[in-house]
Design a protein around this ligand. Structure first.
Ligand code: ATP
Ligand code: MG
Length: 405
């Protein structure tokens, strides 16, 4: 890295840390800046949990989903760096006898180059900071290592001052797990491969946002998770049970007990009132709440007997949310639910989703083109070229009312 760039990065990090009241967020942002500046694919800050003798990923960015990962203090590189306090710069991982074996199978993708520096406060090693796969052909440089060490020193002091502990990252329960999921569509002679090996865990009670360019496969992926389409290859698990090729009976039960849907178009029955539209679904559900309760939750009690034609777009969308929550589903899929709404109405609708996640513990998976909406998610994943290209954790999701666009 040229000197000028080096100074720019340090300065950017410094400003970030100064301006941010919340040091935890500052650390997460700093890692993002570093990952970007060093043209790295992945970045992780590991903290040592002394009670469990494990390394816990406090922050990570890139396509690795380490939210539930715990690394025992073994022979691998993060452990070595944390235990010894030595930095490691690997430009040829496969050729390095010390770590090649442990590195290659740990992540599920090829590790080419790696930087790992210890985080030590004044007394002890508290963890390490790791950057994986430089996008530059020559890998990471000595300059990159120096920059990383400097940031690690800053990070370690921050961790010490804030008294950050690893308890912040409690293990989450997995509701749905996708591994190597592919999807091919056949158009005449042509086969197009839309999903090319999706690895994703969806946790109970999280607000997950899926971003990605038009046509990248977002709806296709959600359709597969929701049992509306078959996967071509790979596995889908629901609460630990294989659900890759369900029977019709299993599918019906799954849709009835697990899933709620909200789409861009509201799909309400025009000849039924708001309440009747919701009642219709409650009647076929296993353990529903009452239609009146669901209507109240979305703030429409005053319009319960209106027909859709006498409701605004936002109100109609809220009826469709009431219809999704009335059966108490474990997970709600929302595909561009605010695309047809103006700003103010969008915020009202998003506030309903926020409330559902917070107070009912429902998992919400929302597809959107609006990056501002991603700020209210617990996690944001990006799809690109048929794979998950990044996973980002929001340590402090915004309230719907704080979003601006
Ligand atoms: N049933 C189908 N048959 C053939 N091709 C399909 C089918 N469904 C989707 N595709 C193709 O798969 C690709 C991904 O479509 P998908 O609808 O999943 O994209 P998306 O990310 O949801 O896009 P958007 O943001 O525009 O909604 C597109 O190229 C689309 O043409
Ligand atoms: Mg779509």
């Amino acid at each position: 890295m040229k000197n000028k760039r080096y100074i720019d990065v340090v300065w950017e990090l410094f400003e970030e840390l100064l301006e941010e009241n919340n040091l935890e967020t500052a650390l997460a942002r700093s890692l993002e800046i570093l990952v970007r500046a060093l043209h790295s694919e992945e970045g992780v800050i590991w903290l040592l949990d002394r009670n469990a003798n494990e390394l816990v990923p406090m922050f990570h960015t890139g396509r690795l989903d380490l939210s539930n990962f715990r690394a025992g203090l073994g022979e691998d590189l993060e452990s070595f760096v944390t235990k010894s306090g030595e930095s490691v710069l690997l430009t040829d991982v496969a050729g390095d006898k010390r770590f090649a074996g442990t590195l290659l199978d740990q992540y599920g993708f090829a590790v080419r180059s790696m930087l790992c520096v210890p985080l030590n406060d004044l007394e002890q090693n508290v963890g390490c900071m790791q950057l994986i796969n430089s996008r530059n052909e020559s890998g990471f440089s000595e300059d990159d290592l120096t920059l990383c060490k400097r940031l690690a020193a800053l990070a370690a002091l921050t961790i010490q001052e804030k008294g950050l502990t690893v308890g912040a990252g409690d293990k989450k329960e997995i509701l749905i797990r996708l591994r190597g999921v592919t999807k091919e569509f056949q158009n005449g002679e042509m086969i197009s491969r839309v999903l090319k090996g999706i690895d994703l865990d969806i946790y109970k009670g999280e607000f997950l946002v899926i971003l990605g360019e038009s046509g990248c496969g977002k709806s296709t992926m959600v359709n597969i998770i929701a049992g509306m389409d078959n996967l071509t290859d790979g596995t889908l698990e629901v609460e630990g049970k294989d659900f890759s090729h369900p029977t019709d009976k299993e599918l019906t039960a799954y849709r009835r007990e697990y899933l709620g849907f909200v789409f861009q178009s509201y799909n309400l029955m025009p000849n039924l009132t708001a309440t009747e539209n919701v009642q219709f679904i409650a009647d076929i559900a296993q353990e529903p709440m009452t239609a009146a309760d669901a209507i109240e939750k979305v703030g429409l009690s005053g319009h319960a007997n209106n027909y859709p034609s006498a409701l605004s777009g936002g109100q109609q969308q809220r009826v469709s949310i009431a219809r999704a929550i009335v059966k108490n589903p474990k997970i709600i899929f929302a595909d561009e639910p605010t695309a047809a709404l103006d700003y103010q109405t969008s915020i009202e609708v998003l506030s309903v989703f926020e409330e559902i996640v917070k107070n009912r513990g429902t998992t919400v998976v929302m597809i959107t083109h609006n990056p501002e909406i991603a700020k209210m998610a617990n996690r944001v994943i990006k799809l690109k070229n048929g794979v998950v290209s990044s996973v980002k954790i929001n340590l402090e999701p915004l309230h719907a009312s704080e979003l601006v666009w």
